[in-house]
Design a protein around this ligand. Structure first.
Ligand SMILES: O=c1ccn([C@@H]2O[C@H](COP(=O)(O)O)[C@@H](O)[C@H]2O)c(=O)[nH]1
Length: 232
């Protein structure tokens, strides 16, 4: 099975994360290592997941000057991660430099993904940082810029997937956090959708954290979400 699920391993400790990882196998999901676990545990943690044959999405959302971001992306490629991301709002030149530095890696380069508008943000949040556009408008603008820079896809909310798919074609990867099974708490997320609705809309990958990691039986919740996505 090639699951569309990427589990966001947002745990405080290595032991908690490995407790889940040891109950599942790579056919059930890919794994996302974000700012919390990477800052605490570093590259050794990523390597442990890779040794267990999991594809790792290194979600550090680089946002800096072009030279700095490109070099960070190269470090991610050297680490052998499957996917890495940067903030598309860092601009066209930043994204192009990051893409170019991956050229020598050929087929072994990680998927390079641009974060558009965080799924926790709504109209007011954008207005407060000086962006007088709806999340949808801003996501569309940044997704086009990301494609122009030659990246492989974007992080967006599932609510924007249908329109992006129509505009950007079948091969452009659409990676969607903001996934909430029916009845799950939204927490800080604002632009959300259920797993099955996100897949029906055309999401390539569903990033799911707390609905799985905070569950009493995370491995069982992962299995049941996977089951709900078969035959869609
Ligand atoms: O726009 C974005 C970009 C990244 N994320 C990350 O995805 C997970 C979502 O976790 P949940 O617990 O399912 O809310 C988390 O690691 C975020 O850093 C995002 O939510 N939105």
């Amino acid at each position: 099975m090639d699951s569309k699920i990427i589990v966001a391993l947002d745990y405080e400790t290595e032991a908690e994360a490995l407790n889940l990882v040891e109950q599942i196998d790579p056919s059930l999901c890919r794994l996302k290592v974000g700012k919390e676990m990477f800052t605490t545990l570093g590259t050794n943690f990523v390597k442990q997941l890779q040794e267990r044959k999991f594809d790792v999405f290194l979600d550090l959302k680089f946002h800096d000057i072009p030279n700095t971001v490109a070099r960070a992306v190269r470090s991610a490629a050297d680490l052998g991660v499957w996917m890495v991301d940067l903030h598309a709002s860092g601009g066209l030149r930043m994204m192009e430099e990051a893409k170019n530095i991956l050229e020598p890696y050929g087929k072994d380069a990680p998927l390079l993904i641009g974060v558009t508008v965080l799924t926790s943000m709504e109209d007011l949040d954008l207005l407060q940082i000086g962006i007088n556009a709806s999340p949808m408008e801003q996501v569309i603008r940044l997704a086009h810029l990301t494609q122009r820079a030659g990246l492989d896809g974007v992080v967006c909310s599932p609510q924007e997937v249908e329109i992006l798919r129509r505009n950007l074609g079948p091969d452009f990867k659409l990676v969607t956090p903001g996934i909430r099974p029916v009845g799950a708490e939204f927490g800080d997320q604002r632009r959300v959708m259920t797993p099955s609705a996100a897949v029906r809309s055309g999401s390539d990958y569903l990033v799911i954290g707390r609905p799985i990691t905070q569950a009493e039986n995370p491995a069982e919740v992962l299995r049941s979400i996977n089951a709900s996505l078969t035959n869609i």
